[in-house]
Structures are given as C-alpha cells and as structure tokens.
Write a protein that binds this ligand. Structure first.
Ligand code: PMP
Ligand code: G9A
Length: 405
C-alpha cells in the first residue's frame, strides 16, 4: 500500500466532509422521508418547456452551444442577468457578471482569491455549510457572528470587527445569506443591510452576499439586495439558477466591481476553463422568453403550501418546548429543541424511524447549534411532510421522555 498521507497537502488534511453531501446517500433510500438536503422539488422542473428550448438551442446555436465558451460566460446571458439585477437596485452591466458552475464554485473561488492560510473571514452562526467548507478548505479561521430574527446581529458584528482589528487581524470578508437564510430562514431588513454596508465601508472590508433564495418569497414585500446599497464596489453578489430552475444545470453568477470581476475570472480560468456552455444557452433562452418568471411564480405556489404543511404538522406532532419561526420564503425551517436534546445523536433514532434532517452543529463554526436542526420543506410531497413530521415528532417525544426520567 502506498502511504499517501505523507504526500497530501496540509490543506487536504483540514478538509471536512459535508454532512449534507454525505446525507444525500442515506436519503436515496426511498423509505426515508428526507428533510435533509436543500433539494428543489423535482416535480417543479419545467421539463416540457425545456424540451422546446433544448431543441431550439441545438438547431439555432448548436455549433457554439457545444463549443468551449469564455471563462466569464455567455454574453447574452450576462446581459439579461445584469438587466434583471438592475431592476432589483443593483448597478451592473454584463461586464460585472461572471457565470459560474454553481454558486458553490463562486464561493470556492472567493475563498481562493482572498484567503491565505490563517486568515480570518466572518460568517453567521448558523451559516451555509457549503460556505464553511469552501472557506475552510483554504485553511482560514472562521469567526461566527450570532443571528437574531433579522439575520446577522450587526452590533455584535461591529464589536467583533473592532476587537479583531485591535488584535492586528483584518477579516478578509463578511459572508452573509441575507434573504431566507440557509439554514435559519430569516431575512435581514433593508435598514440592517444598509448598516452592514456602512460597517464594511468604515472598516474597509468586503461583503459576500449569497442569495439563492431571494426570489422564493411566499409573502411580504421584496427586500433589496445588500449589493443595492453598495456604492464603493465592495459587495460581491452571488446567486444561482439552482433553486429557481434546475441545480443539474450547474449555473450561477457573481456580480462585482470591474476589478473584482477580473480577479475572479482569472481564478476561475484554472478551475473549469468555462461554465457549461450548453446550459448557459438554454438558460438564456428560458429567461428571455419570460418562462423563468412564470416558473418562479409556479415554484412559489408549490412551496408555500409545503411550508404551511410543515408548520401545521409541527404544531400537531411536536411536543411543546420547541422554537421555530415561520419562514416567509426559501426552503428551510430552523427548529430549536429544549435543553438537553442533542440533534446529532438524535439523528440515528430519526433514521431508524425513516426520517432525516440536518443537525444544527453542521451549520456552526463554534461547535454550537447542538439543540437545533434544519428541516427542508421543498423536496418532500405534502403527504410525506405530514408523515415525516409525525415520525420526527415521535422521535423528539421519546428523547424528551428519557430526559425527564
Ligand atoms: N449558497 C447557499 C446559501 C446554498 O443554499 C446553496 C445550495 N444549497 C449554494 C450556495 C450552492 O448552490 P449551487 O452551487 O447549486 O448554486
Ligand atoms: O445538495 C447540495 O449540496 C445542495 C444543497 C445544499 C443545502 O442543503 O444547503
């Protein structure tokens, strides 16, 4: 046997497996009702509409759509993304857009661009696990800032930045998922977004705004992106087609200043040469025909009752003592259980009862979150949601009985 461990980089030794990716294997079991992965509902995929688009792309653009493309991405798609971003209050042209192979690639690219080993980046407590893993793979230290019902607590953020700077540490960026946060489901109000940009301006920092769920709003008025308040070019906006069209396309985008865009483009040249050209052509046609907006409306109509079914079932089947705010959009509910319960160990009981979730610690860089869990409501059918919540309620009840003994 070759002893590979002496050959691996220090970086490889520090990489951690993703609970979400590992769980995907477990949840392939058709008997398990999965509230684990952040998967869109496959019934939402616009297969019939896409048949026509695929046909048309092959007929009209086959020779370019099957060829390598530029690293920055298809110009027409970048143009339409920039037009749509302008409607959301972001000042951008196609030159500020890069099409990436999923937003996961964009996060990795941002880590690659900014993080030296030992550098510090700021994230939420909790925050998106894939972000944690991407940034940690560059051997960085992640400082967690607690969330409240309005997202990252901005006062604590400012305090921590001050104390880091006092210790001679410049945090490289602040990573936020401000709209229907993964995993907590909360939305940062505009006043706080503005304050976040003010803080970044005052302390001369970068903000990474990750926004896969902003368009999946079930109620209430839209909130402008953090990037809309950025007049210094220090916010990198990231969004994706994964949750509004199809994750299998592996298409996402960044919007950033000219300088940052150029830097990220050069980083990306070494990652994948170019994003999938074929799906870029398809997405471009899908967006421009107006199909995407209709499709988003359909997804919202599909997910809202799922959210409601989960909330109703929680009330019906969970024992008293849990806390869960009703998410106004996105794909996740975040539940905190009474003191004494450890959702990581409880997971094994849940799997025995054929129901899955992601335990809260997976989303915490400080080892916290042990009483919490993330429940995805987009993937399961409404019937499965009711049945799965019943199973989960029984698992929690059992744990609570043991605690009371
Ligand atoms: N960021 C967040 C906050 C996410 O929830 C996800 C997927 N769940 C991603 C990034 C990655 O998505 P993708 O690579 O499919 O665009
Ligand atoms: O399957 C993935 O890794 C994407 C989903 C992310 C999530 O569950 O947050």
């Amino acid at each position: 046997m070759v002893n590979l461990s002496r050959l691996y980089s220090d970086r490889a030794g520090k990489m951690r497996k993703s609970e979400i990716r590992e769980l995907l294997r477990v949840t392939q079991d058709p008997e398990i009702i999965s509230f684990a992965g952040g998967l869109p509902n496959p019934k939402s995929f616009p297969i019939e509409d896409l048949k026509g688009v695929v046909q048309s792309v092959l007929e009209n653009h086959g020779r370019t759509a099957l060829q390598y493309g530029t690293t920055q991405g298809l110009r027409e798609l970048r143009e339409v993304i920039a037009e749509r971003a302008c409607k959301d209050g972001i000042d951008a042209t196609s030159d500020n857009v890069i099409i990436t192979s999923g937003s996961q690639q964009a996060l990795d690219n941002i880590g690659k661009l900014f993080l030296n080993p030992g550098d510090t980046a700021i994230v939420g407590l909790p925050t998106y696990l894939g972000g944690i893993n991407a940034f940690r793979s560059y051997e960085s230290n992640l400082m967690g800032i607690p969330l409240d019902k309005d997202g990252m607590n901005i006062d604590i953020l400012e305090e921590r930045i001050k104390s880091l700077l006092k210790d001679g540490v410049t945090p490289k960026f602040i990573y936020v998922v401000p709209t229907f946060q993964n995993p907590a489901g909360v939305v940062m109000p505009e006043s706080r977004r503005k304050k976040l940009v003010d803080i970044a301006n005052e302390y001369d920092l970068i903000v990474v705004e990750d926004d896969p769920y902003g368009k999946l709003r079930f109620e209430g008025a839209p909130v402008r992106p953090v990037k809309a308040f950025d007049d210094m070019g220090r916010v990198i906006y990231v969004s994706t087609f994964s949750k509004i069209l199809a994750p299998g396309f592996r298409l996402a985008w960044t919007i950033a200043s000219d300088e940052l865009t150029r830097k990220m483009e050069i980083c990306k040249q070494a990652l994948d040469l170019c994003t999938n050209t074929f799906t870029q052509f398809i997405a471009n046609e899908f967006v421009r025909s107006g199909s995407l907006d209709l499709h988003i409306m359909k997804i919202v109509e599909m997910y809202r009752p799922k959210r409601d079914a989960m909330m109703d079932a929680m009330r019906e089947f969970f024992p008293d003592g849990y806390v869960c705010n009703k998410p106004k959009g996105g794909m996740f509910a975040w539940v905190t259980l009474p003191e004494g319960i450890d959702t990581e160990t409880m997971f094994l009981d849940a799997i025995k009862k054929k129901v899955a979730y992601v335990h809260g610690k997976a989303f915490h860089v400080d080892g916290g979150g042990g009483r919490s869990m993330r429940l995805n409501f987009s993937y399961a059918s409404n019937e499965q949601i009711k049945e799965g919540m019943k199973r989960l309620g029984a698992v929690i009840e059992e744990k609570m009985k043991i605690l009371c003994r």
